[in-house]
Design a protein around this ligand. Structure first.
Ligand SMILES: [Co+2]
Length: 414
């Protein structure tokens, strides 16, 4: 997870110049913190637009009032939203028009969790230095570290532990649970394995994992927000083990998710799978984005352009940059011993613009459409690629596997 593609000349995006923090900081002013259930009419309106009318290719004035009891002012705002959505897109892939989903609002955060002193931690965890200052000299974007066999062994272990922790968190997800409870599980499972939860105090991030629900693209901060039936959530776990990081994330369906939401989640996984399949020594890093964007677009999903995958090892975020959309960036070729993440974020619509909450982290889709993400840490090996955060037989299953096993496709649309 890393942001800021549009803020700089892409060719000069060296990992040292960027932290995790996206660039549009504070561009989106949130209302004072309140539980989601107390969403203001403005948010309900936005949700109505996000779930329904915005999907109409040619909105007619009569359609604007179809939200939850729209007032005349509401109708006006809603019209604007619809026009923003349709303008220039030439495209409106439809989903259920019955959605009454309300948009998220920040909840209340608990204090950062503490890590026992015997667990080794990355330098940035002390909190007094920005993570990006750990390297003294910037490097060119194609200058990618080749890991030694000894480093690779440690990376394997970090990847395995990150996977175990992520599995534990995914298995615990249920309707009514708070994202802070997910954070507690991630934290406990991580330190129980003598690992440090890498997001904690990374450039000031206050929690031990990221929890990104529905329209949150990435970097959602665990808080008092409760999961509702029909939500989709990404849990992003990174563990620091014996001096290296392992990074992975996964989607979980909360209760009954509508057909389009399930399609979004599954296609996002397929994008990651297809991207991994082209990884081998000699392959160009810039090819990853083409594979992902082609598959996403076929299903009417946009690919987030502002957050990328990254090299990983002793640094949390390092060269190369992994862009998830078509590009011709000079990020070099894969070599045996390279370790990096691929972590595509797909938008439910083709509008891939985003905003960041005033917390400086939470990135949400501009149009309120949902977003999904999957992530693996990968190692290039002689005959291809090794997925360091791969699932085991005990892992949390993908929802389509569970459904295939039950041999009973659910009535998907609500
Ligand atoms: Co990552």
């Amino acid at each position: 997870m890393r942001g800021g593609y549009n803020s700089v000349q892409p060719s000069f995006v060296a990992s040292e110049t960027l932290g995790l923090r996206p660039v549009l900081r504070g561009a989106f002013r949130t209302a004072p913190r309140k539980p989601r259930s107390a969403a203001s009419p403005v948010y309900q309106l936005a949700a109505a637009a996000g779930g329904g009318q915005r999907r109409q290719e040619r909105p007619s004035p009569s359609s604007y009032g179809k939200g939850a009891g729209a007032s005349s002012k509401k109708g006006k705002d809603e019209k604007k939203t619809v026009q923003q959505f349709t303008r220039g897109q030439g495209f409106a892939k439809t989903a259920s028009t019955k959605s009454t989903r309300t948009l998220l609002r920040p909840g209340v955060q608990s204090p950062p969790r503490t890590v026992p002193s015997h667990i080794p931690r990355p330098k940035y965890a002390a909190g007094d230095i920005p993570a990006r200052s750990q390297r003294l000299l910037p490097r060119m974007p194609w200058d990618i570290e080749v890991k030694t066999p000894e480093q690779i062994e440690r990376m394997r272990k970090a990847g395995r532990i990150a996977r175990e922790v992520l599995d534990a968190a995914c298995k615990a997800v249920h309707v009514g649970m708070t994202t802070d409870e997910i954070d507690a599980i991630v934290h406990e499972e991580t330190i129980r394995r003598n690992a440090y939860p890498s997001p904690l105090h990374y450039n000031g991030f206050p929690k031990s994992c990221c929890t990104s629900i529905n329209e949150v693209i990435c970097h959602g901060i665990p808080d008092s927000t409760r999961l509702r039936d029909g939500d989709i959530i990404n849990i992003d776990v990174t563990c620091y083990v014996e001096g290296v990081h392992g990074d992975c994330s996964e989607m979980v369906l909360v209760g009954n998710v509508d057909k389009r939401g399930r399609e979004l989640v599954r296609v996002t996984f397929e994008c990651l799978e297809k991207a991994i399949s082209i990884c081998s020594p000699g392959a160009e890093y810039s090819m990853i984005g083409a594979v992902i964007e082609d598959h996403a677009t076929q299903h009417g999903f946009g690919v987030a352009r502002d957050f990328f995958g990254h090299g990983i090892g002793e640094e949390f975020h390092d060269n190369p940059n992994i862009l998830h959309f078509r590009n011709r960036e000079p990020y070099g070729r894969m070599k045996v011993g390279h370790t990096f993440t691929i972590e595509p974020m797909l938008h439910e619509t083709m509008n891939t613009r985003y905003r960041v909450w005033s917390d400086g982290w939470t990135a949400v889709t501009e149009d309120g459409g949902r977003s999904a993400q999957y992530e693996h840490t990968l190692l290039i090996v002689e005959d291809g690629v090794e997925i360091l955060t791969r699932k085991t037989s005990d892992s949390f299953p993908y929802f389509w596997e569970t459904e295939a096993a039950a041999d009973a496709p659910r009535e998907s649309d609500s």
